[in-house]
Design a protein around this ligand. Structure first.
Ligand code: SF4
Length: 399
């Protein structure tokens, strides 16, 4: 099968940020080595159980993958390249955090074919970084960015966040101006979400409810202020040559993230590592989410022990075969996140049905309301449709 994507999860962080509910934690080097060995076993297992897959993109996410020592990253990428057919033009991205990269590490990254880095800045204001519980300050980010450029990386993303506690347009403007002056090829701008189970949830849960209800808030921006921050970000970035190609993603000179576009286009992908998700042959799965269980499973496989498992892989914790209706709904609400929307012909090719037969009334209603438009065989959300994308995209769910 051609054009498969591979996601690799590294669940280690130097320190847990106060808003983060990702599957990551603080573990020592011994566990990082044990986990990497387990991960390489899983990568080989995936390759053996998915023969003839050509990998078009690899995304090493986390966590903080850049915290791994360079020899471990080398082991991972080398194992992938030895186990799978990897396109010579593959996009190979690694998520990095300021303060976790060195010139030596970056040289190893280049030598093993990593060609895209994504750096988590979040804000150029040190008081906001402290509030978020990040390990870096803005100067540390600048030092990391400089190392990355000096090492020769020419495809770099910088992550920023909007909707932070006490964030004003002036503070956001400072972050946007600092980042755009550096001219990274790509900028991702995500809104802060207050997730259950995080210290931020305990601190801001009442404010988050008020925000959603459109009421006055104490620390978080109100719903209206959040909207202004989001709009300001979009206009600021577009005015400086960053084209929005997805709700939260901007690129200049066409340097979009091919891996993420694959997700929105429902390109099949395999996930390796703790909690990693896959979509393959219309089956959605997620891996074991307990790190000890994960490494023990892999170690048992590596030592050739017979292990019993209920799902179709010993690594899976969940497995769901999607119905045709589920797959069609996914195709719509993922594809419509992209500014260019979806192609009617692709829908027909994928499902053997005319899109109008399934979604004709929904599309007509949304077009009449000004939330959607169509051009040259494509259907896409308008600017006001994007502004309320959660509501609009939910219309594509099928009973
Ligand atoms: S560095 Fe990223 S993954 Fe790690 S705790 Fe912070 S936000 Fe979460």
């Amino acid at each position: 099968m051609s054009g498969i994507e591979l996601y690799i999860h590294i669940p280690f962080c130097v320190k847990k940020c106060l808003y983060c509910d990702f599957l990551s934690g603080v573990f020592d080097e011994k566990m990082q080595r044990r986990y990497t060995a387990a991960l390489c076993t899983e990568i080989k297992y995936l390759a053996a159980t998915h023969p003839d897959c050509n990998i078009s993109t690899i995304y090493v996410g986390g966590g903080t993958p850049s915290w791994l020592s360079e020899d471990l990253m080398d082991d991972i990428i080398t194992t992938v390249k030895k186990s799978f057919k990897v396109s010579p033009l593959a996009e190979i991205s690694v998520e990095c955090n300021p303060g976790t990269l060195t010139a030596e590490k970056l040289n190893v990254y280049r030598s093993i074919g990593i060609n895209r880095l994504s750096i988590g800045l979040q804000s150029a204001n040190d008081d906001e970084l402290k509030e978020l519980g990040r390990i870096h300050d803005y100067n540390r980010f600048l030092h990391t960015y400089d190392l990355v450029r000096k090492a020769g990386f020419d495809n770099v993303n910088v992550d920023i966040m909007t909707g932070l506690p006490h964030q004003t347009i002036e503070k956001l403007e400072k972050t946007l101006s600092c980042v755009t002056m550096l001219r990274p090829e790509h900028i991702s701008a995500y809104s802060l979400i207050i997730e259950k189970g995080t210290p931020f949830y305990e601190k801001y849960k009442f404010d988050a409810v008020k925000q959603q209800a459109g009421m006055e808030t104490e620390d978080l921006p109100t719903d209206e202020e959040s909207y202004h921050l989001y709009k300001y970000t979009m206009e600021y970035l577009e005015a400086r040559g960053y084209k929005r190609y997805e709700i939260s993603n901007y690129a200049r000179n066409g340097k979009v993230c091919r891996h993420n576009i694959g997700y929105w286009d429902r390109v099949p992908y395999l996930g390796a590592g703790l909690g990693a998700a896959s979509l393959f042959n219309n089956v959605r799965t997620s891996n074991i989410s307990d790190i000890y269980k994960y490494v023990e499973t892999s170690e048992a496989i590596a030592s050739g022990k017979d292990i019993s498992f209920d799902l179709s892989s010993p690594y899976f914790e969940t497995e769901e075969t999607l119905s045709k209706k589920d797959a069609m709904a996914e195709f719509m609400y993922l594809g419509l996140r992209k500014m260019e929307g979806i192609n009617r012909a692709d829908f027909y090719m994928m499902f053997g049905l005319d899109i109008e037969a399934i979604y004709g009334p929904v599309i007509t209603a949304l077009r009449n309301q000004g939330f959607m438009d169509a051009k040259e065989g494509r259907i896409f959300l308008t600017d006001i449709g994007i502004d309320i994308s959660n509501q609009v995209l939910s219309k594509f769910l099928l009973d």
